[in-house]
Design a protein around this ligand. Sequence first.
Ligand code: ADP
Ligand code: MG
Length: 584
Amino acid sequence: MPIKILPDEVASQIAAGEVVERPASVVKELVENSLDAGATHITITVEGAGQKLIEVADDGLGIPAKEISMALARHATSKLSSAADLFNIETLGFRGEALASIASVSRFTITSRTRESEVGARLVVEGGQIDSDVQPIGAPAGTVVRVEDLFYNVPARRKFLKTDSTERRQIDDLVTRYALAYPDVRFHLSQEGRSALQTTGSGDRREVLAALFSTDIARQMLEVNAVYDESRVSGYISPTSLTRSNRRGITLFVNGRWVQDISLSTALIQGYHSMLMVGRYPMAVMFIDLPPKQVDVNVHPAKSEVRFTNRDDVFSSVQRAVRRALLAYSPVPPVQGQVRWSPPEPQPGFDKGGWQRPSGGQSSFSPDHATTPQPPEKSQPVVQPPLSAGGVPLLRLIGQVGSAYLVAEGPDGLYLVDQHAAHERILFERFMEQRSQQIPSQALLDPATVELDSASARLLEDQAEVMKNLGFEIEPFGPNTFKVRRMPSLLAGSDPVAAVRSVIEDFEEDETPLQNEIEAKIIGRVCKRAAVKAGKVLSVDEQKALLRDLEACQSPRTCPHGRPTMIHLSIDLLERQFGRTGPR
Ligand code: ADP
Ligand code: MG
């Protein structure tokens, strides 16, 4: 076939494929136009899951009658005039493509009136063909776009649509997210004749949050609000106790634009570093606002991706903001109701520090001789349990069980501490702390040799710099073989070969290889390997030291991989279990 320029209709259908993938994308473009027009009230009506009708009505600026047919041409926009403007975009639209694209794949009617003009104007377009002249018509100020029979002329597209309920949910999700991002705008969405979302435009985001998540979840979400130089990170994130198995609970807005950016959501997740179980993800609605010059929005026809001039700065602002919010609210669990506790009287068999054998050779339990502790009276004064820096109550060691768990008493009950997870957490935090300076390292008297397969050897070479920063001195020693000469002092006594191997074991390429994060990840691995194993008998002094060190941690309740370090059995729970409270 000879080369020819495609007819306009074909060209716009091709372009439409990129912009208008499904009914929800039509809703997105139209809502964005309304927001750009300064609307304070946007009403969206959907029928037939968006295939029969999508109508978006707003009270925005409107379009002058003489420009209305222009609005429907491709590359026609009022939001941009020179190429330079492209790098300083303050509106949601700028490509001048949406209306033309939508009109080319539907029966399309636009009605608009500016505040200055007395009559409105209407234009009807069918499958991209302008049907009639612009008609004068009485209309309220603002714009109404009606999109009927979407994809009627592109049957192939219809085939790719999901079930009606999925398409409807996509629209619900989309409108809810925009309502969250623009709390000052009143949104009303009705689907199949029923009201699906109604916001008041009062400016209160939490009100909308309940529509996106449930009321219960919305209530638990933590507020984030941080300003860094010219940028600002705000929104809501889930506490560590609320997670999902995928990233879909994360919504990100950059300068008022909903973006899907894996690396940005990764940065957010990394803010939770070591606080979540492996494979669990937080929920969040996060708004990142920065000077338009620092964001390139012209990356994708659907404008759902952006690029940042200072990517690392943006990522680290997000991480820091998340971290700060988490540390401010967690990990102290809420002290429920009244805590009934008074400092325990010294009792036979116990001393302030730990468990001792009852003196006098008495080795069997004899209830007659034990002072029976009385259940505390309800009227006793409320004592706030003393908390250590990291929010764990100061614990009194009772002993070790199963060579794996420490048993301790806190003011609010019994604690079982997993010795391996706890030690992992302690090592991890020490490393992270030392990392701000030079991590002290120790020469090995007897340098160890590690032999690796070639893929692992390449990985180790790639991470050479990181390993050096962490206090390892590793040098090549023949093909795929390395000599470990020094290792971090923190790991003194542990097996250097095992430590090096743990670094590269199942090291998958991270989605965002922020140097910082690679290091943290490696530290996490090394600590896991080096931490005291379950099955090791610890001396009383070692047990005590472990508890003290854990109390001093910033996030003592989880190991760096997110597993709990301790289980708490409250006095309340014990009382209930023994039938001391509640109905008898
Ligand atoms: P873009 O939004 O990228 O400029 P569109 O095709 O979405 O491109 O819209 C074309 C133009 O039509 C816009 O630049 C704007 O001037 C006008 N327009 C579209 N929708 C509205 C609306 N709801 N209110 C006012 N003007 C609108
Ligand atoms: Mg637009």
